[in-house]
Design a protein around this ligand. Structure first.
Ligand SMILES: [Zn+2]
Length: 133
């Protein structure tokens, strides 16, 4: 049984979560300014246009920042320690909070290339995580 907190899925983010279940990572892209954003919003945070569409991310990026959690955020995280909480910058230009999955947390570096992987944590929820590329 999965005991960690799960995301609250609302109608606006439903397509994002549906795609993750199919192991696809979607971003919102603005047709007015061509930039992507994340998390998904109805209005582009760069130019405030509502002309936004879903587009599939290629899945590559780099570690923008990270920390190694050696003390768990709660009891359900204890078996995972040490684990890596990271801000990954995708090649599409957006940053997302995620985990880096690695057996060697000491080997990670800022700027390191990473690739998305999909963690099916429940029948309804798949989380996007990253591994060294
Ligand atoms: Zn825009």
């Amino acid at each position: 049984m999965y005991e960690k907190p799960l995301p609250v899925i609302d109608p606006e983010s439903q397509p994002y979560w549906d795609a993750l279940k199919q192991h696809r990572l979607l971003l919102k892209r603005c047709r007015a300014c061509q930039r992507c954003h994340h998390y998904p919003r109805e209005l582009c945070p760069h130019c405030h246009s509502d002309d936004v569409e879903w587009s599939q991310a290629a899945g590559g990026g780099h570690i923008y920042s990270y920390t190694v959690a050696r003390r768990p955020a709660g009891p359900s995280f204890k078996p995972d320690t040490p684990y890596v909480v990271a801000l990954v910058e995708l090649d599409e230009g957006v940053r997302m909070m995620t985990n880096i999955v690695t057996l060697d947390v000491e080997s990670l570096r800022i700027g390191q290339r990473v690739a998305v992987q999909f963690d099916d944590v429940t029948p309804d929820v798949t989380l996007p995580k990253f591994r060294p590329a």
